[in-house]
Design a protein around this ligand. Sequence first.
Ligand code: ANZ
Length: 810
Amino acid sequence: AERYNPHAIEQKWQEQWEQSGIYTFDEEASGEKHYALTMFPYPSGNLHIGHWYANVAPDARARWMRMRGYNVLFPMGFDAFGLPAENAAIKNNVDPAGWTYRNIEHMTGQFRRMGTMIDWSRKFATCDPEYYRWNQWFFTEFFRRGLAYKKGGLVNWCPKDQTVLANEQVVGGHCERCGSPVEKRNLSQWYLKITDYADELLDFSDTDMPERVRAMQTNWIGKSVGAEVTFETPAGPETVFTTRPDTLMGATFLVLAPEHAKVAALTTDEQRAEVEAYLEAAARKTDVERQQESGEKTGVFTGSFATHPISGHQLPIWVADYVLVTYGTGSIMAVPAHDERDFAFAHKFGLEIREVIRPEGNEGMGEQAEAAFTGEGLIVNSGEFDGLPGGKASIAQIVETLEAQGVAKAKTTYRLRDWLFARQRYWGTPIPIVYCPEHGAQPVPADQLPVRLPENVEFTPAGQSPLKLDQAWIATTCPVCGGAAERDTDTMDTFVDSSWYMYRYLSPHDDRHPYDPAKAHLMPVDLYTGGIEHAILHLLYSRFWTKVMRDMGLTTLNEPFRRVRNQGMILGEDNEKMSKSRGNVVDPDDLVREYGADTVRTFLMFIAPWELGGPWDSQGINGPAKWLSRVWNLYFEEKVSGPEEQITEGDLRHAVHSALAKVNTDFERMSFNTIVATLMELTNTLVKAKRSPAFGTAAWAEALDIFNRLLAPVAPHIAEEIWTQRAQEGSVHTAKWPAVDEAAAVRDTVTIGVQVGGKVRGEVSISKTATQEEALAAARANADVARFTEGKQVIKEIYVPGRIINIVVR
Ligand code: ANZ
């Protein structure tokens, strides 16, 4: 027989599948719909091993769902706008569109060689005008609803990429993409009002996301419940936000952020030089440096005092950069006795520390407190509030009292800011707004969309949008009066593209709607897979987009994804992230050339628990390669050598059906490495069964058939070849997934050892529920046992149920 040669079969099957269109999603087909989606890639040029890792296991699972009778939609496209594409185009001195589409061609070919069941008839790239037209349409609709607005203010600016960034794109004070320290600039920018949905986005009841993802989003939204308290100052009333109104009587000073508008008015002449020097120094620090909890506190006294709203005490007003202008009101009441940062600050500058919460049974912190007490305890030194429990338990009651006295107001704040949506880069969706001297900002009417990106633009970043250079493109007319008007020259944040693309796959060629409402029943995405790096940005934005679409009447869903799962990362063999500079990159194309796609697929499923990932193992890939050869020989090798094996039909059926049941469970819980392990183990049994009484029986035929089907999701090419050579009809990929024979899967027999004179001499197979009588009878009947008891006197026979039989002889 011929040996297993993946190169002789894989390309053939890929071509055949494409011709027969077996992976084309048919809406009319029977079966419950199942929409499986893997996050689409940037067309950066090449699929790397991480793309394979992310796509192969979900592909296997989608195939499994399909064979089980679901009508599976499994599309793919390209997230084609944005800085990576544009920067690469600049570097290679080509135009981004040509470069992007060439990459898409190449990467689609690479995807095909992976042997996936992707329905390529639904492919689109987000830089297609037919796609971004709908970004623009959405934007105009958001604008009409007051969900898109333009506002001046301090924004994040990346000096390298020469563009503004959303808060979500600033990681630890650095640009998420290029790592440059982010600066602040005062600019007028477009925003989307995601904050309107802050509370709803905290509710995950209609979506199943990993705990870690929910925690990251919850933390990002950062809901804080508390109160606003107003203090009189020489520059007018100043309101602070606090989550601990129960500590109001412990406030001993106020602190303003350096950028706070009242700083200048509150600074006295004596303090002016010192304050100004401080403000200058603060401006030079990054937000990260300023927020470091451990960092030495710095600050300066303004020279002015605020009046405590209850005690009337005069509280010094300080400026310090640990207070952020972007959070709450940009000022705080400092309670050094009960807040660590305030404590450190008071300690350093010799400010009063006033205890108002005391741990129960404690004497009080006295003058020489060593640390803030941030626990609950009882309220002291607070007049009418004395004796109440500190913390959460009494906050509502205290706020109510303070509200009645006109001192405070209940207040909830969020860390979440509106989505800064405009970019000053070329390769994105033009913002469809025109400015008319008469009618101001006007949305471009739907029938004039798309506003196409101009071609042949000089797009090297220069601190302003490249579109500003194209006067002919900018000049347009006002949709209201028809008079001369100018286009907005910014482009949209490219996260817009992935915020709703999952709907577009339902009807990728629809030219009347973003998606055909008649296809709405295909949403939500039932299983969405991708990297954890998208836990906040992309997932939060797409959840927001769906909620707006719902409010626009475009969907009835609250959430776009029913279930979200994240794969881990494949690291280099040295356990470091793969990168060209480290020289530890593994190229999947090379691997396919050497081993074939089925082996690469299998190995990537086998290499690690899918959600964890792990280091590459260049030796390890030989395991799956050998395994697939054994599988091949199992079907096509006549010669059977080796010792005779004791495998009955029952044993064989048990092995096959218990493996099938395990594979089902593991596909369900997305444990792909154990699926491959189960298939490998089953192969061992089948190879042995070839030399056993089970060979050639009905159970043997069933085993070969079931195993062929089990192989299909994991190693689709070899499974198809075996299927055809077994003269089965059609494709294994449209064949039915086998049903578990529960009776065979759950074995009711156990194999236990029989000891004679303290040594195991034989094995018997008995029912799990066998009586002592039956167990002993089986032992006596066993030939191996009989040999050792022959001619001896049996003194005692003991049966330990399910464990062992012990025969004591003399
Ligand atoms: C008095 C107080 C007493 C506070 C106490 C805490 C403990 P979260 O939970 O993150 O919302 N704060 C308010 N605005 C701030 C700003 N712009 N920059 C820095 N800190 C600010 O934090 C809310 C708490 O952080 C507020 O409650 C305030 O300090 C501080 F025992 O007020 B607290």
